[in-house]
Design a binder for this molecule. Structure first.
Ligand code: FAD
Ligand code: SF4
Ligand code: SF4
Ligand code: SF4
Ligand code: SF4
Length: 418
């Protein structure tokens, strides 16, 4: 029997599962779906090519075999799909694969009553970062001298972005370039990934990765850390069902994993300092943000994709706050987002990756979040602690606002309206 805090090497016994390392994640997902522990698995599968990770809503266990493996060239964030399309897991049980940003988004939606966390099992994936699809194609052409359509596998390993591809003679080739070198030239991982500090998502029920798997199991086993009782239950269940095997991790492997995590977290902090420094301070920062925001076409993409934005009636659509029919919108549009989200931004990058005007929204919001964390000590995405604004539940709050005609949405926190 396993328990919270236990760690294992784990590998599949199912010949149909061709996992990224040991296939433990797919095995556990398959076990949960076969045994009806969950009604659905929400994960990711390859679309037209490996630069096109797509969300996969799976109810047939055999379909999971097609999802095995890791896709690093994408910007997907899964949790909001549970809110949008699966009624917030209110009436079904769902297992979901979560990188650090997915895990944090789950917690932020959970604490706002948008996802029923009791009905969700989160299988965490360690994450060194992901690359935007268009950037991946560009750097494969420019830095690797390879046609991106000939690449059949990509991975981030030992500080390198490595591609496997078919050359003009039909032979398989491999080429790796140090991520540091790519990033020094403005390529490599997404900017928010460079700033990310959530490398092993222990908010999940299990945290799975390849860091720390050494010796004869290197490349053949998944490193699994048990992070909750639910996690222990599904890991034990998969072993008992015979789909998964485990062994104790090597002591040296544990040490290596710890060291890598520390280095990656430090790198994230360093990237924050470097990127935030480009924003300047005070009025300079505000002017910079206003200048960049003047490109905004008010497509609402940042709001639509932000896991913190969940409101049925968005304040940015209120005519007395942001005048309708004017492009770029009044700066109040951006101010509303800062006021509502900065304390809870999880640095997922969605508002930047998906902004058609390339406005570095995530950089600004994350910079504000880091300052607010220093002031108030609230760290979003790591536990169910409520930030100030989450005290107001949308439906109740809107009913009150409509009844009173007020816009004082802080009533629940600060008492009587003025
Ligand atoms: P598999 O059995 O192959 O199952 C993997 C599951 O993950 C599948 O269900 C698949 O659909 C899902 N998946 C694939 N891509 C994504 C995605 N982008 N978002 C959400 N789900 C996805 N491990 C480390 O130890 N160090 C790292 O630096 C590291 N970086 C990673 C970066 C990314 C972007 C991803 C997706 C994973 C990363 N991992 C990292 C985790 C590692 O690649 C494996 O996913 C993990 O070890 C589980 O292996 P497995 O063989 O058990 O998984
Ligand atoms: Fe991974 Fe963090 Fe980037 Fe999310 S933000 S993809 S967890 S590095
Ligand atoms: Fe993600 Fe942007 Fe929302 Fe922050 S503001 S949580 S980076 S979408
Ligand atoms: Fe996001 Fe604020 Fe709009 Fe709600 S009201 S969707 S928090 S910008
Ligand atoms: Fe404006 Fe970009 Fe947001 Fe669209 S995604 S509303 S262009 S900031």
């Amino acid at each position: 029997m396993s328990a919270k805090g236990d760690m294992f090497y784990a590998w599949t016994n199912d010949a149909n599962i061709k996992g990224e390392c040991g296939g433990a994640v797919t095995s556990i997902l398959k076990y949960m779906l076969s045994e009806k522990i969950v009604d659905m698995v929400l994960t990711v599968r390859k679309g037209v090519d490996l630069y096109d990770p797509q969300p996969a809503f799976i109810t047939d266990p055999a379909e999971l075999d097609k999802c095995a493996g890791s896709l690093h060239c994408g910007t997907l964030l899964l949790p909001k799909l549970i809110k949008k399309y699966l009624n917030g897991a209110k009436d079904m049980k769902i297992a979901i694969t979560c990188k650090g940003c997915d895990a944090k988004a789950m917690y932020e939606l959970g604490k706002r009553n948008q996802i029923n966390m009791d009905n969700v099992i989160m299988i965490g994936l360690n994450c060194g970062g992901s690359v935007a699809p268009q950037m991946a194609r560009k750097m494969i052409v420019e830095k690797y001298g390879v046609n991106p359509d000939k690449v059949f596998k990509e991975e981030i390993d030992k500080g390198q972005f490595i591609i496997e591809y078919t050359d003009e003679n039909g032979a398989h080739q491999e080429k790796g370039i140090k991520i540091d070198d790519l990033e020094a030239e403005g390529m490599g991982r997404r900017l928010n990934c460079q700033r990310c500090e959530t490398k092993i998502p222990r908010q999940c029920d299990l945290a799975c990765g390849n860091w720390g798997v050494i010796g004869e199991k290197a490349g053949k086993a998944t490193f699994v850390e048990v992070c909750s009782e639910k996690g222990a239950m599904v890991l034990d269940g998969a072993v008992k069902a015979g789909i998964l095997a485990t062994s104790a991790p090597e002591a040296k492997g544990l040490e290596i994993r710890g060291k890598i995590e520390n280095v990656m977290v430090k790198m994230g902090k360093k990237a924050q300092e470097k990127q935030f420094a480009t924003l300047g301070e005070g009025t300079d920062r505000l002017n910079k943000i206003m200048r960049e925001a003047s490109r905004c076409i008010k497509c609402y993409g940042c709001i639509e994709n932000c896991p913190i934005c969940y409101c049925v009636e968005c304040s940015t659509k209120k005519p007395h706050l942001v005048r309708p029919g004017i492009i770029p919108p009044d700066f109040m549009f951006q101010m509303i987002r800062f006021a509502h989200i900065a304390d809870s931004c999880i640095n997922c990058g969605q508002c930047q990756e998906l902004c058609p005007m390339d406005i570095p929204n995530s950089l600004y919001m994350h910079a504000q979040q880091v300052e607010l964390e220093k002031m108030f000590g609230h760290k979003p995405g790591y536990d169910m602690e409520l930030p100030v604004l989450a005290f107001a539940e949308e439906a109740t709050e809107r009913a009150r606002l409509n009844a009173t005609g007020s816009d004082m949405i802080y009533e629940n926190v600060f008492g009587e309206q003025k």
